[in-house]
Design a protein around this ligand. Structure first.
Ligand code: ASP
Length: 342
């Protein structure tokens, strides 16, 4: 069911709109007009599409929190006038931007669907057309009551709609570039688009609002056998440090030597938020399962359950940017937008 939907298409850049620079032979971002010209199918769509483009479209490896803020501002300014939003974005950092927006947009009751492609839209075998057309259809879809069917931030790619903050770019080569390791897809496109309504977040009762501030003074530390405690301590000495994500082994395990634990304990005592995210793609952190995990729990490290690294980073950045320490601690310990399994 569609009703009279209007969708706002927001172009940030990415491979989908890139063209080959004849001088260098490298792909570089091009204009939205050029991109739209290559899709005559858009004329046949039975809802209106308006579009807006970032002034300077980028390769998403250059994305910064300012891009997330600009997206939030565009969505907020146009929130009342559109049924849904489709964001064209490079694949490299799409999972970060989708995760960030899921935490920055509070009380969201409209679809915000990210998509892009592995091959530019001007190329014969492009995956960009199908991705864009299906993302538009999903953003316009309504439930039996006429409300948006997917009132959350998603990534549509190669036949699947994933929750944005559960997604991860897992292939540089395949058309199915994204996966959602710990949460099943929200919809799958075949002849029809089949929605798993019970997996989609329910409509929010809260008023729509943006959490716009983003704290950038956080670090990610990947553990490996032989990581130097001295080096770690030095890296953690910065007074500006507000949060650390520890990428641990297996079910959230880490060395139990006292030097390592004391680095973490000092951080927690200084009020730095420390969160435990596993290096495993599937499964969750359980700090109570092994002694090597419970020692982290004992020094005050927060278990991240089955959250992705992208969601952990952006959740920490947005929480630290907008809330007092106690609320940050409480936010990190629970699911805010379906990003982890409680
Ligand atoms: N480097 C590109 C980007 O993320 C890759 C892509 O769009 O697929 O902007």
């Amino acid at each position: 069911m569609k009703g009279s939907s209007a969708i706002l298409l927001i172009y940030t850049g990415g491979t989908i709109g890139m063209v080959m620079d004849p001088k260098t032979g490298k792909l570089k971002p091009f204009s939205l007009d050029n991109l739209l010209k290559t899709i005559p199918e858009l004329q046949k769509i039975d809802f209106s599409i308006h579009s807006t483009s970032f002034k300077n479209p980028i390769d998403s490896s250059n994305a910064t929190p300012e891009l997330w803020q600009e997206l939030c501002d565009i969505i907020s300014e146009n929130y009342r006038d559109y049924h849904g939003f489709v964001i064209l974005h490079g694949t490299d950092t799409m999972a970060y931007s989708a995760s960030a927006l899921s935490f920055m947009l509070s009380g969201l009751n409209k679809p915000v669907i990210f998509t892009g492609s592995q091959l530019p839209i001007g190329m014969v075998r492009t995956d960009g057309k199908e991705n864009l057309l299906a993302a538009l259809e999903i953003a316009s879809e309504r439930d039996a009551n006429g409300n948006p069917r997917v009132p959350e931030v998603g990534i549509y790619f190669d036949s699947f709609l994933f929750r944005g903050n559960r997604s991860h770019k897992s292939s540089t080569q395949n058309f199915n570039a994204f996966s959602s390791p710990n949460f099943p897809p929200l919809a799958e496109a075949g002849v029809d688009i089949i929605y798993s309504d019970r997996r989609i977040l329910p409509k929010e009762d809260k008023k729509f609002k943006i959490y716009r501030e983003v704290e950038q003074n956080i670090l990610v530390v990947t553990l490996f056998p032989g990581l130097s405690n001295n080096l770690l301590q030095n890296a953690m000495n910065s007074k500006n440090l507000k949060g650390v994500i520890l990428r641990t082994f297996g079910a959230g395990n880490a060395p139990t030597n006292s030097e390592f634990l004391s680095v973490l304990e000092k951080l927690v005592n200084r009020g730095v938020a420390v969160m435990n995210v596993t290096q495993c793609a599937h499964g969750k952190v359980d700090q109570l399962k092994y002694e090597t995990g419970s020692s982290l729990q004992n020094v005050g490290v927060i278990g991240g359950a089955d959250i992705t690294l992208e969601a952990a980073i952006t959740k920490m950045m947005v929480s630290l940017g907008n809330f007092e320490p106690e609320q940050v601690f409480s936010n990190l310990n629970k699911s805010l937008r379906g990003e982890l399994t409680e």
